[in-house]
Design a protein around this ligand. Structure first.
Ligand SMILES: NC(=O)c1ccc[n+]([C@@H]2O[C@H](COP(=O)([O-])OP(=O)(O)OC[C@H]3O[C@@H](n4cnc5c(N)ncnc54)[C@H](OP(=O)(O)O)[C@@H]3O)[C@@H](O)[C@H]2O)c1
Length: 240
């Protein structure tokens, strides 16, 4: 039987696919952009067109599948956007669904991951939630523009510290539980990087590495939100 990887072209999903292939698993890599999937993975996978908002794409993607890596695309802001797919999983014999969740979600009801976890648990499908801290790829992705162009780390994190984790480590964790589903049935794993740093320290490290003076400007939440939506034209759901 095969493993369906949603968000297979994404930061984490791409590593889940690579690790599962290394473990000798048969992978169906799913997404809305088949060309991208073929160019990333060639003939090592079967690519399936899959869109959370188009239920008619579910059955083909789930053919011969008994395990699923489930991620919520960042622009799908409502938990209800993912429920129809969980309902489709209930109609299949799924041995494990590993959901890409979020560190601290068990105590934080605001992000959609909280309700998605609860919905999966209520479905009766065996699950293993992966709850990572912030991705290292936030720095090299979303926040890179201000670092490169303005020498500033522009993140509304106050003085708090985060233990960033690399997406490749998250992908390895998800692939590990999917490879041994019975061992990880009905579990939740919080995973982090090895060190908790505040963004003043992150700016210092970036300054040392680049030889430039990079500072953390500690923007407020609204300031950050307005900048991202108005200046950068980013999706409001993603920023929220
Ligand atoms: N960034 C962090 O610090 C952090 C920390 C903890 C948890 N998370 C969570 O991790 C998740 C994001 O993971 P990521 O960074 O790996 O994602 P990502 O790199 O942003 O990739 C998004 C993926 O979603 C797919 N996608 C987009 N629209 C879709 C649709 N309508 N139907 C099906 N697939 C669709 C895309 O593939 P196509 O283009 O082929 O459709 C792509 O593979 C979010 O739920 C986020 O909350 C993030």
């Amino acid at each position: 039987m095969k493993i369906l990887v949603t968000g297979a072209s994404g930061n984490v999903g791409s590593h889940v696919v690579k690790e599962l292939i290394c473990l000798g698993e048969e992978v169906i890599a799913a997404g809305t952009d088949l060309k991208k999937l073929h160019s990333m993975f060639g003939d090592k996978i079967t690519a399936a067109e899959f869109d959370f908002s188009r239920e008619e794409t579910y059955e083909n993607a789930l053919k011969d599948v008994d395990r699923v890596f489930l991620m919520r695309p960042p622009h799908l802001g409502k938990p209800e956007d993912i429920y129809p797919f969980i309902e489709a999983l209930e109609r299949h014999s799924i041995r494990l669904v590993s959901f890409l969740s979020l560190m601290g979600i068990e105590k934080n009801k605001i992000p959609p991951h909280h309700k998605i976890e609860k919905r999966i648990e209520a479905s009766g499908i065996p699950y293993s939630h992966i709850r990572p801290g912030f991705f290292m790829q936030n720095i090299t992705g979303l926040h890179l523009k201000e670092i490169n162009e303005e020498n500033k780390v522009f993140i509304p994190a106050g003085k708090s510290r985060t233990s960033s984790i690399d997406a490749s480590d998250i992908g390895l964790a998800a692939a590990t539980v999917l490879h041994e589903p019975e061992k990880h049935r009905n579990s939740a794993y919080t995973i982090t990087g090895s060190e908790a740093l505040d963004y003043y320290q992150v700016a210092e490290i970036l300054s040392d590495l680049t030889g430039r003076r990079i500072i953390y400007t500690k923007p407020g939440l609204l300031q950050y939100r307005n900048y991202c939506i108005k200046e950068r034209g980013l999706d409001a759901n993603l920023i929220n």
